[in-house]
Design a protein around this ligand. Sequence first.
Ligand SMILES: [Zn+2]
Length: 262
Amino acid sequence: MSASNSGFGFSAALWERAYRRTVRSAFARVPFYRDQWVRAGRALSEPVPTPCADLAGQLHRLCPFAEPYDPGAEPSLWIGSTAELRAVLSMAGAGGRAPVLEVRRAVLDRRTLGLSRRYGVLLATDAKVRHERRRRELNEPALRLAAAAGRAVLVGEREAVAEFLPALAEVETRVLERAGLDGAGRSDLVHDPYLGYYAARAGCGHLHLLWRRFHARVADDGSLAVTALLRRRPVLVDVVPDGAATLGRCPAHDTPILGVTP
Ligand SMILES: [Zn+2]
């Protein structure tokens, strides 16, 4: 049991307080949420849950008034944080030193996941590259990284991961399957293009929410509303991923888990 999924430090009351603080700050500082008040014609105490699909093209409105997004001067803010990837790897029991290969749809200028853990991108077949030969060239460095280490953690959707297994046949490979909430019943990591990684299956078999980083609640219509507690830009409050889940408490770890239908 690692510190990240043990019950140590979890308090439902403090978790709710952190959520309330994030919500207040979002209404006060972020156009996307302030506009919910404008539309309602009054100050709301609860955010209106937002389906993930509605976040497309909204990056500028999801950043605080005081720290606007500048697409000409900074990369997309949707590329995902190394800290969250590290957190789900640790939760899933893959927190060691083996290089991490992540299947993505675009290259990323990232060589490590902090300190000494090496990292490489493998481009999926639907990646935006000019032609297939270029895609294979771009995948070479990551595959070499794994070959040199003799081991790797391979992260990606089930079908995408399968493509790379033959190339990693000589490497001791731990596969962590990633899926959205709607496919999380059998997956190791729960991922959303906007929220990033927010839950992982721990040794107990349950899908643990990264509760230090995310709050979740079941909205009035039964959908799961997820809030990023630590992210300053973009601010994500009550975001609803595709799929359904119940919220519970792990009997082994006493921290929040997601219940999804396999
Ligand atoms: Zn557990």
